[in-house]
Design a protein around this ligand. Structure first.
Ligand SMILES: [Ca+2]
Length: 259
């Protein structure tokens, strides 16, 4: 009976940890870069963006444009792929915005012609970005769609290996000369993926300055350090195996006593 009870507790602890890790995006890790750094050219090369995506934005979760978002980092840079698989129309006004930190925030935004896009790196952010239209591994390489690639210097957005900062894409100002959009904005369908869903922002000025955030709070992103830190679900597995060993010991002792 004791063994069965222990096993039940173990399983429920494991399920708790696994569901905590997969239901909410409120905290996530950038994966450590393995292999070559992505070439920032708006095309997903065959050896680029290895490892799993961190965010999958779906209509069911409130995002009109189904999109996969990948985050990788090495000691100096963060690399972001916004793979907008449901934006299958190529317009100059398609755009993508990434914001890091709050209230001291750093911005990278890209829009305009695919061949010579307009780019913003503001409030200290520095790096490179590209806007493309093509296929990627997310769709099995068959359907052309919008692809945005970013390289951001970690220190320029308030990050370092092992460090954390807020991540969001809050604003939907697209007309006139105001800047800032979402992740991404598709002009073909006028769809806006404000991230996280339910985040609101107030802005002023031209180009826009974010003066306040409300609604759903931003996520926290943690950049990987070389010494990898177990994720929540890995900790769940560790506890699971520790309790398994413990239950084996308890069972073993009972058996000896009976004998
Ligand atoms: Ca489009």
């Amino acid at each position: 009976m004791r063994k069965a009870t222990l096993l039940a507790v173990t399983l429920s602890v494991m399920v708790m940890f696994i569901s905590t890790g997969s239901v909410s995006y409120a905290e996530f890790n950038s994966n450590l870069l393995v292999g070559p750094a992505p070439t920032i050219n708006g095309a997903v090369g065959p050896s680029e963006w290895q490892g799993s995506y961190q965010l999958h934005l779906t209509p069911a979760a409130g995002y009109p444009i189904e999109t996969y978002v990948y985050f990788l980092n090495d000691a100096t840079n963060l690399y972001v792929l916004v793979d907008a698989i449901a934006d299958q129309t190529e317009e100059d006004l398609d755009e993508c915005l990434l914001v890091f930190g709050w209230p001291d925030y750093h911005v990278s935004e890209i829009w305009g012609e695919t061949s010579s896009p307009d780019r913003i790196f503001s409030n200290g952010a520095s790096g490179s970005s590209a806007k493309g239209f093509g296929t990627s591994h997310s769709t099995g390489g068959t359907t052309n769609h919008r692809i945005y690639e970013f390289q951001l210097n970690l220190a320029s957005i308030g990050l370092y290996p092992g460090g954390s900062t807020e991540f969001y894409s809050p604003v939907s100002v697209k007309y006139g000369y105001y800047h800032y959009a979402s992740m991404p904005y598709d002009h073909g369908t006028m769809g806006d993926n404000v991230y996280p869903h339910g985040l609101t922002a107030t802005t002023t000025g031209n180009p826009a300055t974010i003066t306040g955030l409300g609604g759903t709070p931003p996520d926290m992103i943690t950049a990987s350090s070389n010494a990898s830190i177990p994720t929540l679900s890995e900790w769940g597995m560790i506890i699971f195996f520790a309790l398994l060993v413990l239950s084996a010991l308890v069972f073993g002792r009972r058996k000896r006593r009976t004998a």
